[in-house]
Design a binder for this molecule. Structure first.
Ligand SMILES: [Zn+2]
Length: 481
């Protein structure tokens, strides 16, 4: 049984309880003040946007929203936590009792329970790798707002854990409250794992793997821990309650310390903050402003753009990518099934290929949606072939700005327009047949499949510009004389 605890940094401009910036790229220890450094006598003030963002996630995850909740101090000593405690929510999380659905490989829908979503602040960052015998501390992250999303132990395989984590990330990004960037630490995950003997209903002891910071590590670490626990149980021993770390180098998990229990943290109500009251009116306001969710968008794309389900899923998986596709469709001059499909093909194949090659997101993709729409229009109206559209697309990538890219399109379109002039095509057909006499003979003696060979040669000769329909007609007419 697997449960995940996911920490997601909220995209607010300022920290959870003070006005310091949350900018990740600022120089070390520049975003700090007496409140987030925990100077005595300073009072925290709750960030209103943070409450709104947490409710957004709560509603998206089908949670109940608590009308009155309090903050608590979680006490522990660590060099990068100058206050000696973290402000969090303990027994009254703002959101609770929710779920999200995941779609398994066999298309089955599985409901994963969400126990709670609460607000907390992050600690600073200790940097050990600059010096051998010294540790540097950066307090910029102290007080950065997080939400912790705790699932029920409803997942039963690494695949399910992976799908659930993807769903959480996708939802956070769609809600525009987190940037989904695991490498920069804005999404981190702890995994709880326990094994149960087949047929038994007694739960095994669980262990918790801390601080997994990539999708691959989450999958690999869970796999490794399942293996480790299995061998412990098979040798007749007991799994003990431990916090584990994952070593990505040799793909193993190891115990770091006996797991703390809640009472080790001496939780008590934060005396410096008032109760957090959330009215029904306020919840409704947040609900009203929720964006379209991925599942809704996928269904709408199927209807509105006549896309096959798999294409729609591929496009809507990433919010920004889906936005880009919608921008392209907005610029299409003819809006019908054919033009939407053409636009979808270009975006899913050509645009995606460049993004993968250059390892960039759609927001850094250089060609504007308007230019992609021009290519799609030209293909749909039969002005250029699909082969030519790919060539134009590649040429446009060298444009430095929108103006230049549109100019490249105009020039290339004129050069690559489909030739429908019968006499011009006929002369090419004759040349190709003339220079391949053996194949022509074989065709005449019944090897009809050689037609494909000739069409290929003719298209090549015409640089992809000959109208394929006319090519086919003329080829058969001339060969079968
Ligand atoms: Zn501050």
């Amino acid at each position: 049984m697997i449960g995940l605890e996911i920490h997601a940094q909220m995209k607010t401009e300022t920290k959870a309880f003070c006005r310091c910036s949350t900018d990740f790229h600022s120089s070390p220890n520049s975003n700090v003040c007496p409140v987030c450094l925990g100077f005595p006598g300073c009072l925290p003030v709750l960030n209103e946007k943070l409450v709104e963002f947490t409710i957004r996630m709560g509603l998206a995850a089908n949670c109940r929203i608590r009308s009155s909740s309090i903050f608590a101090r979680k006490n522990y000593f660590y060099p990068d936590l100058t206050k000696g405690y973290q402000i969090t929510q303990f027994d009254t999380p703002l959101c609770y009792d929710g779920y999200l659905n995941i779609k398994l490989k066999n298309k089955e829908i599985k409901k994963i329970g969400i126990t709670r979503i609460h607000i907390e602040e992050d600690a600073g960052k200790s940097i050990h790798d600059f010096h051998d015998d010294e540790t540097l501390i950066d307090f910029n992250r102290c007080g950065v707002p997080l939400i912790e999303i705790v699932s029920e132990p409803d997942m039963n395989s690494t695949e399910e854990a992976f799908l659930y984590l993807s769903k959480i990330k996708q939802t956070l990004v769609y809600l525009d409250i987190n940037d989904g960037n695991m490498e920069e630490g804005s999404l981190r995950c702890d995994a709880n794992i326990s094994l149960k003997l087949k047929g038994s209903d007694q739960l095994g002891t669980r262990t918790e793997i801390k601080n997994l910071n990539s999708f691959k590590n989450v999958s690999d670490a869970i796999e490794a821990e399942i293996k480790r626990q299995t061998s412990v149980l098979e040798s007749g021993e007991k799994v003990s309650y431990h916090t584990m770390t994952y070593n990505a180098k040799d793909k193993t998990t190891a115990a770091t310390r006996t797991k703390e229990e809640a009472h080790d943290y001496r939780y008590f109500p934060e005396p410096d903050l008032v109760k957090l009251k959330v009215s029904e009116e306020r919840i409704n306001m947040v609900r009203k402003n929720l964006p379209e969710f991925p599942d809704e968008r996928r269904i709408r794309f199927i209807k509105e753009y006549s896309l096959p389900e798999s294409d729609s899923e591929e496009i809507t998986h990433d919010r920004n990518f889906a936005d880009y596709f919608e921008n392209v469709t907005g610029y299409l001059t003819v809006k019908n099934e054919r033009s939407f499909r053409t636009a979808s093909n270009i975006v899913r194949a050509e645009v995606r290929k460049v993004m993968n090659e250059k390892k960039i997101g759609i927001n850094e993709f250089p060609v504007p949606a308007k230019a992609i729409a021009l290519i799609a229009d030209s293909v749909t109206s039969g002005k250029i072939s699909i082969t030519a559209s790919k060539e134009i697309f590649t040429k446009m990538l060298s444009g430095k700005n929108e103006e230049e890219i549109l100019k490249i399109f105009k020039e290339s379109e004129a050069n690559l327009s489909i030739v429908s002039d019968t006499s011009e095509i006929e002369s090419i057909v004759k040349i190709v047949i003339g220079s391949n006499p053996k194949e022509a003979e074989r065709y005449k003696s019944g090897e009809k499949k050689l037609a494909g060979f000739f069409v290929g040669k003719i298209m090549q000769e015409s640089k992809g510009k000959a109208d394929p329909k006319i090519v086919n007609e003329l080829l058969i007419k001339i060969l079968e004389v």
